[in-house]
Design a protein around this ligand. Structure first.
Ligand SMILES: C[S@@+](CC[C@H](N)C(=O)[O-])C[C@H]1O[C@@H](n2cnc3c(N)ncnc32)[C@H](O)[C@@H]1O
Length: 208
């Protein structure tokens, strides 16, 4: 939790409380339904919460922004972002119902009113309903782009044009070449210290 405060020093007392509650909630729910590898539960704040918040280092969503988290699993990156941006609306989807159950329980546990969790496939969510699509560890960028390219509003009101903000790791050269679209890659090591972040990036793919 101290790690989150170190990199996000302007949290409100409510946000500090909500981030603080995540550790126990995930420990409990991960014992019932596995959404995070057992070894990773001890590194929850660095490898899941802070990693998810890497998106916030490159993009500060304005109030009323609608964000789709595709393949959210146990709620990453959607849940930490929903705590950080309480005035934005988050739709977290995953094709596996028991993962959505964990998301619902965690969102309820921290009192998040801006999260809707749904068991569905990315391809099935409504078109032109979001400003941004966020994701981590779901699939390569080319099929991902195909799933979500129709899902985003044409109207823009954020500092970056509407698009995808995807947490990726490692060498992306081939994947970006395959995608063949304009992208911007941000290194999370520019924002966060530690070995874990050395290879981690946010890939931004604007839709137009
Ligand atoms: C490796 S997990 C990552 C979970 C989470 N994003 C994280 O980083 O912890 C990938 C998730 O994507 C989901 N998924 C894969 N294809 C999907 C699709 N087409 N629509 C919705 N969810 C999908 C899987 O069910 C799984 O929960």
């Amino acid at each position: 939790m101290e790690l989150i405060k170190q990199y996000f020093p302007s949290l409100t007392p409510r946000q500090e409380e909500q981030f603080g509650q995540l550790g126990e909630l995930y420990r409990f729910w991960n014992n019932q339904i596995n959404v995070i590898s057992r070894s990773d539960v001890d590194n929850l704040y660095e490898r899941h919460v802070l990693h998810s918040l890497g998106i916030a280092k490159v993009m500060s969503f304005k109030p009323m922004t609608e964000i789709l988290d595709v393949g959210t699993g146990g709620g990453f990156p959607g849940i930490p972002l929903a705590i950080l941006f309480p005035e934005c609306r988050f739709h977290l989807v995953d094709s596996i119902g028991k993962k959505i159950k964990v998301v619902e329980e965690v969102a309820k546990g921290v009192g998040l009113m801006n999260v809707r969790a749904q068991q569905t496939r990315a391809e099935q969510v409504p078109a032109e309903a979001y400003d941004f699509v966020v994701s981590r560890a779901v699939t390569r960028l080319t099929p991902f782009y195909g799933w979500v390219k129709t899902k985003v509003h044409k109207n823009q009101f954020n500092d970056l044009r509407n698009g995808i903000l995807y947490l990726k790791g490692g060498d992306l050269e081939e994947e970006l070449r395959e995608l063949g679209r304009k992208t911007q890659v941000y290194n999370l090591s520019d924002y966060f210290a530690g070995e874990f972040f050395e290879t981690k990036k946010v890939v931004y793919v604007p839709f137009s």
